[in-house]
Design a protein around this ligand. Structure first.
Ligand code: SF4
Length: 179
């Protein structure tokens, strides 16, 4: 998810290259008929919290989280492949309902994980050899703007909950996700 975009034979562009790309409509994010179809595919995908969540933590963690909200959701030991779990996330009405109702709670965790994995850790740990750094935006990196957008959504929710005035909060860069 969000690492490989796939152009299929019928012209649909999927935001992954896995088993679910043909059977999960939400994974088809543009078609080759659209101008700038790849850029649109990336933009739409990176604006979707669930896709960022799957990209960051994997579909099994999402399903585990949903089962924590609804004990009727059984999942452990049922799947042999991530893409099967992913199908469950998108196809099971019970799981979808939990994600729709509570998924926004995860915006901060997702944004923080993105920032740590893709920006902070490489900067702090450096790279294992002297190869030149890749460009800021590569196919396996979610853009800073997407991380920032997820963070902003989270901060707005947090500000509303805390009754902070709009615009008050930590600057991006010092604490990108939560106060
Ligand atoms: S787990 Fe889901 S998003 Fe990832 S490759 Fe499989 S179908 Fe695509």
């Amino acid at each position: 998810m969000l690492r490989t975009y796939t152009v299929q034979a019928d012209g649909r562009v999927a935001s992954c290259c896995g088993l679910g790309m043909r059977s999960i409509p939400e994974l088809s994010v543009s078609t080759v008929d659209e101008e700038g179809f790849l850029a649109r595919a990336v933009e739409r995908s990176e604006s979707d919290l669930l896709k960022l969540w799957i990209h960051t933590l994997g579909p099994d963690r999402v399903l585990q989280w949903a089962a924590g909200k609804d004990p009727e959701i059984r999942w452990e030991g049922m799947y042999g492949h991530h893409c099967q779990t992913c199908q469950r996330l998108y196809k099971d009405p019970r799981v979808r309902s939990v994600i729709a109702e509570h998924g926004r709670e995860m915006a901060g965790t997702v944004a923080q994980a993105l920032w740590l994995d893709q920006y902070l850790a490489p900067e702090v740990l450096g790279r294992p050899d002297d190869r030149p750094r890749p460009p800021a935006r590569t196919h396996d990196t979610v853009s800073r703007s997407a991380v920032r957008a997820a963070s902003t959504r989270c901060w707005r929710s947090y500000s509303r909950a805390q009754r902070y005035p709009p615009g008050r909060g930590p600057a991006w860069g010092s604490s990108p996700v939560l106060a």
